[in-house]
Design a binder for this molecule. Structure first.
Ligand SMILES: [Zn+2]
Length: 158
């Protein structure tokens, strides 16, 4: 076996172990605060160069629009801990027959931190569907686009 093949196999094994840990950390849905929807969601995000999984759950509010999704909670927690480059996020719910999919707002929230990272959408049995942020939000608007469109004059009516 060549050294490159061996390295590839080790990297693959590490990656699979990380994914397993990511999915298994999804008992975070147990913490969900969802007295209104009763729809529990948990998320765990894995930063690049890190083995730490930062988790989140949905947090609803009496004033419904103020509620937070699990994905946003997990990503915000990671950012507050100093991480802004991510390898993967995993999402879990109590859905048995379909994979939990991030809402449109969460897709844009993920996109802020890049489009080439992995999103594991799981079922309650632990099986998952893998897509990238780019696949979930094609032709997206991100930080680079905002820099391109700047007008040095600012408000052109002044
Ligand atoms: Zn969402």
């Amino acid at each position: 076996m060549g050294i490159l093949t061996l390295l590839h196999q080790i990297t693959h094994a590490m990656r699979q172990r990380s994914i397993a840990s990511l999915i298994s950390s999804l008992n975070t849905k147990e913490q969900a605060y969802c007295p209104y929807s009763k729809f529990r969601v948990g998320a765990a995000v894995l930063a690049i160069y890190s083995t730490v999984f930062l988790t989140g759950c949905n947090v609803e509010n009496t004033s419904y629009p103020l509620g937070l999704c699990a994905e946003m909670t997990a990503i915000s927690k990671a950012v507050s801990e100093g991480y802004i480059s991510f390898k993967a996020i995993a999402i879990a719910s109590d859905l048995e027959d379909c994979f939990i999919s991030p809402c449109g707002a969460c897709r844009q929230f993920m996109r802020e931190f890049g489009s080439q990272w992995d999103v594991y959408m799981s079922k309650s049995d632990g099986s998952y569907k893998l897509m990238t942020v780019e696949e979930l939000l094609p032709c997206s608007f991100g930080p680079d686009d905002l820099r391109k469109g700047k007008n040095p004059v600012g408000n052109s009516k002044l």
